[in-house]
Design a protein around this ligand. Structure first.
Ligand code: URP
Ligand code: ZN
Ligand code: ZN
Ligand code: ZN
Length: 505
């Protein structure tokens, strides 16, 4: 066997393989980036590199459903770019991100897609994919959505009900976009906040002399999110279009999703590391930088019981996937809004810490078990976004995106030690049980925590195309179309006289 060949083979030994359905003591044999065998006493070619996983959990790498690397936003660029951001992801145990192509109104969706691919392809250290934001509506946008869905590997589109005059669509435009998503077999994703109310409330707070970060929370209370969540789902339901609510931040918005699911809607909710791991009391912190560091939309909620509530819903199956909305800005960038909270660039960190935060607040707290952890950090995302079983499971034939998780170890989160570019961490000081000790991406060891060693280069990650008409989402939608599409009542025409409208009166 040549030395070169052995580089393409890996034998993970002695660990406990944890999938979303069950856990088994088993070894994993990997060849050329794919999982070949899972089991005991595997027959493995000589010269294969061995990774010792004794006493540890061997899990599918995390899939972060929501990031914004190097996003141009509110006059500046997010500081975690596709290189640093994906490296930090790898350190934390995430092996795939789904980022957003998000450009201004009037910009061609295809040109935006090409631009974002140009940014990401040479830099990514782990696999990635894109959702496309639809920030305006026209016949051109309609046909470009079709091109993206049919030929460019895109099956999810995000719309905004907030950021008036920037990204926001009105209800009638949303109706058109949903209709198109439905025809293309795509998933409609929504940033649910009432942008009209926010704009008026921002003015009201500023007129009251409230210019600090607390104003951000005060002008976007929970019902601003809950109302939009309900409206987004209602419109989607009219069109039998599946709906995914991104960054679920409040109890009331989560309740709307739960209720809609109970009523039979095909709707998914995505809490993020921030909404599961911290709260909006931080907006009242005396240190301006600290308070501004938490500014994101929708805001974190001042009710400190919110994270636990969202975690319960995630644990019990009411919420589906977890992202981070990682969109980071340094102190000097946040300071663009030092005299006006409405100008503070919106966004927080999470891509590195999501897995640990969910383990700590979800598994270590006893709210969910290790299998549900895998479901909500990886498998469900793979299913909803149509990359299962390529991703999200440790099984023969799947991509070898694997983490070796030390459930006994602890680490303290800090901006001083994290791998992200940003100078602040919203989870600063949080002690997390559950630490990623080794990350394997496409069958290659890319990170070892023991000596903080990365063996990965920008561009090693690959774009993962995603097909439309995902069965996990569209099986129910298609059946409903057969069964419930409106139909007319056959009846005899009315034969009596018809009142004449006198145009003169
Ligand atoms: O504050 C946020 N969420 N920033 C990123 C853009 C978005 O709305 O997802
Ligand atoms: Zn958003
Ligand atoms: Zn401070
Ligand atoms: Zn976002």
């Amino acid at each position: 066997m040549s030395v070169g060949a052995s580089h393409n083979r890996l034998h993970i030994k002695g660990g406990r393989v944890v999938n979303a359905d069950c856990s088994v003591d088993a070894d994993v044999y990997i060849e050329n980036g794919l999982i070949v065998k899972v089991g005991k006493n595997l027959d493995v070619p000589g010269g294969t590199r061995v990774v010792d996983a004794s006493g540890k959990l061997v899990m599918p790498g995390g899939i972060d459903t929501h990031t914004h690397m190097q996003l141009p936003f509110m006059g500046t660029f997010a500081v975690d770019d596709f290189y640093v951001g994906t490296k930090a992801a790898i350190a934390g145990g995430t092996t795939m991100i789904i980022d957003f192509v998000l450009d201004q109104k009037g910009v061609s969706l295809i040109e935006a897609y090409d631009k974002w691919r140009g940014w990401a392809d040479p830099k990514v250290c782990c696999d990635y994919s894109f959702h496309i934001a639809v920030t305006w509506w026209s016949p051109q946008v309609k046909s470009e959505m079709a091109e993206l869905a049919k030929n460019r590997g895109i099956n999810s589109f995000k719309m905004f009900m907030a950021y008036k005059d920037v990204f926001m669509l009105d209800d009638s435009e949303l109706y058109e976009v949903y209709k198109n998503c439905r025809e293309l077999g795509a998933l409609a994703m929504m940033h649910a906040e009432n942008g009209h109310v926010i704009q008026h409330e921002q003015e009201r707070m500023l007129n009251l002399g409230i210019t600090g970060p607390e104003g951000h929370a005060l002008c976007r209370p929970e019902d601003v999110e809950a109302e939009a969540t309900g409206r987004a789902i209602m419109i989607a339901n009219r069109l039998n279009c599946p709906m995914y609510i991104v960054h679920v931040m409040s109890k009331s918005s989560a309740d709307v999703i739960v209720q809609a699911r109970k009523q039979g809607n095909v709707v998914f909710g995505e809490p993020i590391a921030a909404s599961l791991g911290t709260d909006g009391t931080n907006y009242w912190h005396k240190c301006w930088r600290h308070a501004a560091g938490h500014v994101m939309g929708p805001p974190l909620r001042p009710d400190p019981t919110t994270p636990g509530y969202l975690m319960d819903l995630l644990a019990n199956g009411d919420l589906e996937c977890t992202g981070t909305d990682n969109c980071t800005f340094n102190a000097s960038q946040k300071a663009l809004g030092k005299d006006n909270f409405a100008k503070i660039p919106n966004g927080v960190n999470g891509v590195e810490d999501r897995m640990s935060v969910i383990w700590e607040k979800g598994v270590a707290s006893g709210k969910m078990d290790e299998n549900r952890f895998v479901a909500v950090t990886s498998t469900n995302a793979a299913k909803v976004f149509n990359i299962y079983p390529q991703k999200g499971v440790i099984a023969p034939g799947s991509d070898a995106d694997i983490i070796i998780w030390d459930a006994e170890a602890t680490r303290t989160i800090s901006a001083k030690t994290h791998h992200q570019a940003v100078d602040f961490n919203i989870f600063e000081g949080l002690v997390c049980h559950g630490v990623n000790s080794c990350t394997i991406s496409r069958g290659k060891v890319v990170y070892e925590a023991e000596d903080n060693k990365f063996t990965v280069s920008g561009g090693d990650g690959k774009f993962v195309p995603r097909k439309p008409f995902c069965k996990y989402v569209y099986n129910r939608i298609n059946k409903r179309k057969e069964n419930y599409d409106p139909s007319k009542v056959e009846r005899e025409p009315f034969q009596g006289p018809v009142h004449q409208i006198n145009k003169a009166t």
